[in-house]
Structures are given as C-alpha cells and as structure tokens.
Design a protein around this ligand. Sequence first.
Ligand code: NAP
Length: 469
Amino acid sequence: METAGFAQTFWQYAYFLAAVTVVFSIKWLSSPATARRGVIAGEIGFALAIIGTLMRSEVHNYTSIVLAMLIGAAIGAPMALKMPMTAVPQFTALSHAFGALAAALVGTAEYYLEPGQPPTGFKMIALTIEVLLGFLTFTASIMAFAKLQDLIPTRPMTYKGQNFVNLGLLVLAAVMGIWMIAAPAPGWAYPLFILLSLTFGVLLILPIGGGDMPTVIALLNSYAGASACAMGFALENRMLIIAGATNAASGFILSVIMCKAMNRSFTNVLFGAFGQVLAADKTKQGGKPVRSATAEDAAMILANSQKVIIVPGYGMAVAQAQHKVRELTDQLVKRGVDVQFAIHPVAGRMPGHMNVLLAEADIPYDRLHEMEDINAEFSEADVALVIGANDVVNPAARHDKTSPIYGMPILDVDKAHTVMVIKRSMNPGFAGIENELYYNDKTLMLFGDAKSFVAEIVKEVAAQAPVPA
Ligand code: NAP
C-alpha cells in the first residue's frame, strides 16, 4: 500500500531533486574547472524530470512516448556528434525551434481538448502567451538557422516601413490573443492567431544580419523558455515553470552579455540592420603597405621573447588550430617564455567558444584570462600573437566614431612591443570592416591557414638554438 503511495508521489520528489540538481549544474557551469561536472549534473537533473513526468498518473500511453523519444534520439544524437564547434549557433537555433514548436503544439492541443469549449480565465492567458511565443520562436529560429547555415542570404533584408509592418503584425496578434481570452472567439480566430505568430517570427529575422544572429539566438532561447514557462502555468506543472523560467532568464542574461561585449543595444541588434552598413565599409580602405613575415621570422621572435600573449579568434576555431597552439605553448614554456591567453567575451561565434576549444586542447585554465584582467598586461608583452581574431582586436573601436564597432571593448594588442597576426588574407572579419591594426608599424602579418602556420612555427621554434642553461 505504502509502496503504491510512494510510486504515485515519486514525481514530486523527482521534480524537487531535478530542480536542485539544475541549480547546482548552472553554478558549476560558470567555471571551466567545474563545467564538465555541471553538464553531468544538468543531464541527471533533466533525466529525473523526464522520469518523474513519465511516472505521473496522467500518463497512460507509453508506446507513443517511447516511439517519439527514439525518433528524436535517432535524429538528434548523430547531429550532435557530427556538428563542428563553429556550427553551434545554428544548431542551437534548430533546437530552440523544435522546443518552441513542442510548447506551441501542446498549447494548441490544450486549446482543442474539449471541442467547442476552449479554456478560459488564467489558463487561457497562459496558453495564449505560450502559443504566441512558441510559434513565433519556431519560425524565427528556423530563419536564424537558415541565415547562419547560408541557406538564405545572411545580409539584412530591409524595406521602407518594415518596423511599422512588424510591430503592426505583433499588435494584431496580441489583440487577437486578448479577444480569445476575453470572450469565446469564432472558429477562425485561433488558426489566424497561429498564422500571425508564425509570420511575425519570419519577419522579425529578415532585417537582422547573420552577424547579429548569435545574439538573436540567445534571445530566442529566452522566448522559448518563456513559452515553456507559460506552458507550465497552463498545465499546472511546477517543473516546466522552473525549467522554463531558468531558460528564459539565462537566454536573456546571455544576450545582454553579448550586447554589452559588442557595445550594442537590443534595439540596435533587432532593428539596426548591422551587416548592411558594414558591407559598404568593406571597400573603404586598401592599398596601404603591410609588413608580412615568415614562420621562421615569427619563431625567432617568439623564442627570444620573455612574455607572449596569444589572442585566439574565430579563425583558430575554423582552422581547428587549438592543438597546434598547445604545442607552440609547450615549446615556448619549455624555453622559459611566459605564455598567457587573452579571451575576448565575443571572440569566435558564441561566448565561451575560445575557452571550450583551448580546454579541449588541454591548455591549463590558469593561462586563460578575460579581457578586463589581461588588457593592462599587453604593454609588458614582447609579442601579442593574434590567431584568427580580427574585430576583437581592431583599435578603431577605441577612437573611430564612424566605425560600426566604435565603443566595443577590445583587447589592447597594439600596446604590445610586437604584434603578429595569423590570417589567410587581408579580408575583414565578422563585422566586415578593415582593421587598422594590420597597418601598424609594429604589426607583422603572417599569412596562412592558422593550423598549418602555427605548425610551421612549432617546427621552427624546435629548430632554434636551445636555451642556455
Ligand atoms: P572575426 O572578426 O570574425 O575574424 C576572424 C578572422 O579569422 C577573419 O578575419 C579571417 O581572416 C580569419 N580566418 C578565418 N579562417 C581562418 C583560417 N582557417 N586560418 C586563419 N585565419 C582564418 O573573429 P573574432 O575576432 O573572433 O571576432 C568575433 C566577431 O563575431 C565579432 O565581430 C563579434 O562581435 C561577433 N560576434 C560574436 C559573438 C560571440 O558570442 N562570440 C556573437 C555575436 C557576434 P581571413 O579570411 O583573412 O583568414
């Protein structure tokens, strides 16, 4: 008898443990040293939430649930295993899209549960928010995925009166929602409400450039969380409220961090059509002389330095050069060089991108420093070695008021005695603008693919005369 009672209330214990585990998971995820533990705790937490839900007395049909889980796992697992690190933003978008769609479909099922008698009162309010956010996040996330995956043009697509049209559509959807809450609406109202929400999601993303998409994806993550939280209220499910609210808050905080690191506002990201201004800027300069050097020159300077600060960027991630960078670090450290890493908060294509890659290559965490902590050290460094980073080291951000990245905090690499930049060409980075650092007298351009160029430097450093004992 008692066992049966426990089985019936097991889900409550499971939910409680899941909530506690997820809070610990978030705490541990905040440091590279404990991040692995954080991931495992998060997985355990969500497994507990799922098991708890499956054991609730309302669940009767396990066949369809298991089938759906198997299909989901068969699609999701290979995608996760094959996905390159540089494609994390678009795959995150895809996962938000399906999470949001699931919430919106559950809301729709609830709406039609009792034919001709849709929910009323508080439940209907929660359900309307859930469905509006769910469907708009679904199409917006699919659009974000398509832009980042180059399936549709990444540049902002704008037209006159666009913000007015978008806002008008959102207001119309909201009015429809309020109507459905306030009074029994005719049969066509709900499908039209869905259509408006889906269309708003598409239109929301059109004017946003691929460059701003990682920030928008964090924001969409927040919308998907808010939709799930509203679903929790509609279904009276505490776990969904906790998980959804945590998701909504973390997505929002992440997008604020990204905006701050780029010195942009939300309005500028959402309505600024950033990539367009930049494309025009691309042709502004050129023809100025730059100093280039070989791997041998670079190795000689590095091997005879006392302090080297390495600045990784998106190019290091694309080239998968992190393991060669580790080899170079080991070689230089062996020669008594003090090697440190400077990590810009938006280097690469998502926050933490560089930390993950360098950790994967077993570069000790205590060599990695955040921008605020290491910027003052560049003036004491013999060499700042920039590997595939561009915008995050562009001094124009400090003084050129006409630059689209003006005001973005940058790594002060130009304060080092010598700057070396590994990249393949003079092409601009993500923001699409010229980098005046490359024309600085103390900058040496090392043209080539990051992985093979660093490998060459490693070979050349090894060939240098051993350090006198
Ligand atoms: P970046 O400005 O995009 O520049 C990357 C550089 O890497 C390019 O100039 C490219 O030059 C070089 N590169 C590409 N492939 C390479 C290869 N195989 N070998 C060597 N070099 C290669 O990168 P970043 O300095 O890391 O800046 C990140 C940008 O993303 C910022 O503008 C930031 O605002 C934006 N962003 C980041 C986030 C985030 O969360 N991290 C979010 C939103 C926006 P070549 O083509 O000449 O090789």
